[in-house]
Ligand binder design. Sequence first.
Ligand code: S3P
Length: 205
Amino acid sequence: MRSPTTAETTLPPGAHLEKSVVMVGLMGTGKTSIGRMLAKRLKMDFVDADAEIVAAAGCSIEEIFETHGEPSFRSGERSVIARLLDGPVRIIATGGGAFMDPETREHIAKNAISVWLHADLDTLVKRVSRRGGRPLIKNADPRQVIDELMKIRDPIYAKADIRVETSDDPSNKVTEQVIAALEDYTGLKPLAAPKKTTTRKMDTK
Ligand code: S3P
């Protein structure tokens, strides 16, 4: 067997992941922000499925729902995610409903590692109120919609390979928890270089 070269041994550890990591969970769980942070820590590429759908459609998710209806959005979502999964290994954030589709779920199970970001109802209601553009809660009571979605979707999200709680911690801490969970799941340790702690010089004056 050939011994690894310096270049190989210094490869960013995330580059050794053989499968993409797919973030799933309800709206407001932080799939995009944690996914992006995770990609940075693992020195991998990041892609957001919703952003890809918007780019392909040339209009916002709200407009797709309004003009073409939810089934059309779902079918676009299914094909965009299939395309992303067939591409290079990377971190993929999905929209909250994507994992509900049996075909997408099967595709993810075969080709990726799924990470369910979970948060409690109060946290989600607080978070979704910070940004609009979500047709499912437009002109509706977000608490009621999210509560109903949780009941329907949580048992399905529970099929994901990994679950991480996001209610109480800031994004960087949640990201570290995702990395630890991925290390346990894959046996690849460490997946990321330890976080540098910045030390300030003592004022000697
Ligand atoms: C949806 C969640 C949204 C977006 C669309 C539908 C859902 O994504 O895909 O509005 O069905 O839960 P986020 O989870 O990123 O908000």
